[in-house]
Ligand binder design. Structure first.
Ligand SMILES: *[C@@H]1O[C@H](CO)[C@@H](O)[C@H](O)[C@H]1NC(C)=O
Ligand SMILES: *[C@@H]1O[C@H](CO)[C@@H](O)[C@H](O)[C@H]1NC(C)=O
Ligand SMILES: CC(=O)N[C@H]1CO[C@H](CO)[C@@H](O)[C@@H]1O
Length: 306
């Protein structure tokens, strides 16, 4: 499979089998499958129509294997004119963040990995010690300095994402950069030298002035924006009597307690609901693909009386 990219824009995935058969699905905003190609010459034809040599494929990175052991590669189309690529590939570019919510569960992590890995390669073209160019190995799992044998491996930054509860309600916050009306769990990068527990205590204290009394690991997720992060998702509890939010306005625009009823409604809402449908208070939560959504869902389900 080849996943073609323009920075922050998805176009489509190409599947390549050992027999040279190729099929591709073009993702458009309405999630329609627009086109299919069925042979390797056709893939080469696409590259030719994009005025690219076959050698361009060498810039691809390995992002996985199918269940039938077919390798899957991703290739960055960033240097190709967008309009040209759209016309040759007969499709529409979709913002990658939006595309995640249109894809099914299997493709989303592939794209996340492709985005993270391709962005890492594009920002590590030179050795930070010697200043000389670095070279990608075939699979894209490392880069090597061309003059000294210095090896660079793709980096991941740990980020803690925590859903704080006081037993009856849970705390969601929004940053200025969030889409209108969206509230999510608290999140922040782990500092160097910190444990996950220490980061979580510090973040919650720094952002909303609360002291966490206990916490529980839930899940993790790779998140490719702006660079690769490993989101470590947890539930945390504060003492019911000590739940007064002290908002840090240099980090957050707003933070509030929400009860299960409101969140149950938000979970039911379709992903693309318009402001009008949502009424006067345009409140929404991150979409199902985001680990924050899973945290909110888990918490809400636990609040249901058995
Ligand atoms: C690329 O480097 C990784 C890490 O050293 C290695 O495991 C892999 O075999 C290499 N792949 C190729 C195709 O060079
Ligand atoms: C508020 O956030 C800033 C920036 O992250 C941080 O430096 C500061 O310590 C925080 N304030 C409090 C009271 O924790
Ligand atoms: C180390 C690294 O790759 N940093 C990049 C993280 O993302 C920002 C925004 O896209 C880039 O400017 C950095 O170079």
């Amino acid at each position: 499979m080849l996943v073609f990219f323009i920075p922050d824009l998805l176009i489509h995935c190409i599947q390549m089998s050992p027999t040279g058969m190729v099929g591709f699905e073009l993702v458009s905003l309405n999630n329609a499958v627009l086109n299919k190609v069925s042979s390797l010459p056709e893939l080469n034809g696409i590259l030719q129509n994009l005025n690219q040599k076959e050698k361009y494929m060498e810039e691809s990175v390995l992002i996985g294997c199918t269940e039938n052991h077919v390798p899957q590669f991703a290739l960055d189309l960033g240097r190709i004119e967008k309009v040209k690529a759209e016309s040759v590939l007969k499709g529409t570019f979709v913002d990658l963040r939006k595309a995640f919510f249109l894809l099914d569960g299997k493709d989303a992590p592939l794209l996340s990995q492709a985005q993270g890995l391709l962005r890492w390669h594009s920002t590590h073209l030179y050795c930070s010690r010697t200043g000389h160019p670095t070279q990608k190995n075939v699979s894209g799992s490392k880069r090597v300095c061309s003059t000294e044998e210095i090896i660079y491996y793709p980096q991941v930054s740990p980020v803690i994402i925590v859903l704080v509860s006081d037993g009856a309600r849970c705390l969601l916050a929004r940053q200025e950069s969030f889409p209108p009306g969206m509230y999510s769990a608290l999140a922040g990068f782990c500092d160097i030298g910190e444990t996950v527990e220490e980061s979580m205590h510090r973040e919650v204290a720094e952002e909303v002035g609360l002291e966490v009394s206990s916490f529980e690991y839930s899940a993790s997720q790779h998140w490719p924006f702006p660079n690769s992060s490993l989101m470590i998702a947890c539930h945390a509890l504060v003492q019911p009597g000590r739940n007064k939010i002290d908002l840090n306005i240099s980090e957050l625009e707003d933070a509030r307690w929400f009860d299960a009823e409101v969140l149950t409604e938000a979970l039911k809402r379709k992903r693309m609901s318009t402001m009008k449908e949502m009424g006067d208070v345009p409140f929404r939560i991150p979409p199902p693909w985001a680990v924050a959504h899973q945290l909110i869902k888990e918490w809400t389900q636990r609040q249901q009386p058995c």
